[in-house]
Write a protein that binds this ligand. Structure first.
Ligand code: ARG
Length: 554
């Protein structure tokens, strides 16, 4: 629409109108678009008032109903009925595919997300990575890419030698079975405490990791068991969140894929010794990238180098995304640089998508201290609270447990995704579950309310639109902007664009609902039902892109 108007403007006046000059007035009395003419005064040697009047006098377009010149502004009013008619038919016709595009042309984008460390609690950071990465995958799919979700599990490294050692000394099989992560974490902490007075423990730990790297079957069996138990615990969280992955190839998977990379670095003369360790030197202001420790053990970065190359070979990605916290920015910059030095042009296609912390009372929220499986409890608390709300407000609702899960989990997801991912976010369960304000339940509730009108109304007939009131027009304008919102969210890898959009649409729908009689106004009924149906389609699709369910009743 904006493009049409810009073109029409270009043909009636010698002015150069840039897209951002065309404003969208907040007050629809000032038109749907407004062009301030002050910037053209100098070049045209005319007053803005005169320019506005000239343009207003000659501007025409099938989509334009009326043009007014007011104090140097050209106010453009669109042809509401024709536009609304076209748009509603388009949305009803395309349904959930409305807003989809083929921009990506089927190109593969790998997304590294979630990636918790085994034998350690699933942290708030892992939650953010999971939720943001999952939404980005939906956005990519919607815009014609082929996302591949990779859960790069942290299951390798010297810490596992320490853990094996601790378990052999102090561990108990039954306890691990009962509470795997809690027990393994305790063992790991005890290892560090005891190593302070008995440093030889560290040598044992290193030797145990060496054995693991060399494929010692006892060590591997134990490690594999820890891994299985941990993954089962993580799976409970993924089930609650409704997130799945295409690959669980974690760090251990690269154990036998690092040597060729290290060799290539050496062959190309990039590997240098530094304090006994092997490193790749980078720009002056950047610390070198550690490839091998002095004892020969590989590092996090070594595994990421091997993983990046493996992903390129396996998937031939057009882009490779890593959804990992702000604090690992340097790591990913280093990995990219090293890949570039190896001559891989596709290193430029690697994108680190960073995000901020989850805070509680202004402090970093940690799952390390206190309760170990805090996150699972948080999710369960949210579901329980949602259940309580339902009991109070709608005790006869069908599928109460299912709706409570959708609302409770949705609340947590939404409060995370509505902020730009780079911001730190404050965790407040009560606030997240509010049905007022910019929350998941608010959007879900608008969707359910719209559905309840549809249920009462029955199937709509063919409709003819004779007028579009301001409440309806606000909805129509938002509906028409959905494809751009999807595009922008995807371009910027920023799900908050969709979350904010969903709140705006829910708000517009709620004021329409509060002010317009739908079912009793026979003349406009069928048109309005169709409009409401379009609202449900777009709200549901917006929530889906955020990984959130949209119950039809709540
Ligand atoms: N396991 C890591 C951590 O918890 C995150 C891994 C992110 N992905 C990667 N390819 N480095 O900090």
């Amino acid at each position: 629409m904006k493009k049409d108007i810009l073109q029409a403007l270009q043909t009636v006046s010698p002015i150069q109108v840039e897209e951002q000059m065309l404003e969208r007035p907040a007050n629809s009395k000032l038109g749907d678009f407004a062009l301030p003419c002050f910037p053209f005064a100098r070049a045209l040697r005319k007053s803005p008032v005169a320019i506005a009047e000239e343009i207003a006098g000659s501007l025409t377009h099938p989509s334009i109903r009326k043009v007014e010149a007011v104090n140097g502004y050209v106010n453009i009013f669109l042809n509401r009925t024709a536009i609304t008619d076209d748009l509603l038919h388009l949305i009803l016709d395309q349904s959930a595919t409305y807003g989809s595009s083929n921009e990506g042309n089927g190109g593969v984008v790998t997304i590294d997300l979630s990636s918790p460390n085994i034998a350690k609690p699933f942290s708030m950071g892992h939650l953010r990575s999971t939720v943001i990465g999952n939404s980005i995958a939906y956005l990519l799919e919607k815009t014609g890419y082929q996302p591949v979700k990779i859960n790069h599990i942290g299951d390798w490294g010297t810490q596992f030698g320490k853990l094996l050692t601790a378990y052999r000394k102090w561990g108990n099989e039954e306890e691990v079975r009962q509470a795997p992560i809690e027990t393994l974490l305790k063992l790991y902490i005890r290892f560090h405490e005891e190593a302070e007075t008995a440093p030889s423990l560290n040598d044992e730990g290193r030797a145990a990791f060496k054995a693991l790297e060399d494929g010692d079957s006892d060590a591997l069996a134990l490690w594999d068991w820890f891994k299985t138990e941990s993954l089962q615990e993580f799976q409970r969280i993924y089930d609650l969140l409704g997130v799945t992955f295409d690959s669980y190839n974690g760090e251990a998977y690269y154990n036998d894929k690092m040597e060729p990379v290290v060799q290539e670095l050496a062959d190309k003369g990039l590997l240098v010794e530094s304090d006994g360790a092997m490193v790749v030197e980078l720009e002056e202001d950047m610390p070198p990238c550690l490839i091998k420790k002095s004892d020969g053990a590989t590092l996090y970065a070594t595994r990421d180098l091997a993983a990046a190359i493996d992903r390129k070979n396996k998937y031939d990605f057009v882009r490779s995304i890593y959804v990992v916290g702000n604090e690992q920015s340097l790591h990913f910059t280093q990995v990219k640089k090293v890949l570039g030095k190896l001559g891989h042009e596709w290193a430029n296609d690697i994108v680190h998508v960073p995000f901020g912390l989850i805070l509680q009372g202004g402090k970093k929220m940690s799952t390390r201290k206190g309760k170990i499986v805090l996150l699972e409890e948080v999710l369960k608390d949210a579901i329980e609270l949602a259940q309580k709300n339902i009991e109070e407000k709608n005790p006869t609702l069908a599928n109460k447990p299912e709706v409570a899960k959708a609302v409770g989990v949705g609340a947590i997801l939404f409060s995370d995704l509505k902020q730009h991912r780079k911001h730190d976010i404050e965790f407040n369960l009560e606030a997240m579950l509010q049905v007022e304000g910019e929350t998941g339940p608010y959007v879900q509730y608008a969707h359910a309310r719209a559905n309840s009108i549809l249920r009462k109304a029955g199937a709509p007939d063919k409709f003819a639109i004779d007028e579009v009131n301001d409440y309806e027009w606000d909805i129509v304008k938002l509906l028409s902007q959905f494809p751009q919102a999807v595009k922008r969210a995807n371009d910027e890898l920023d799900p908050s664009v969709i979350a904010k959009y969903a709140v705006d649409l829910a708000q517009a729908f709620n004021s329409f609902y509060g002010n317009v009689q739908v079912l009793s106004d026979e003349a406009h009924k069928h048109y309005r039902i169709s409009l409401i149906e379009c609202v449900t389609i777009v709200l549901k699709e917006s929530l889906r892109l955020l990984g959130i369910k949209a119950p039809e009743e709540m």
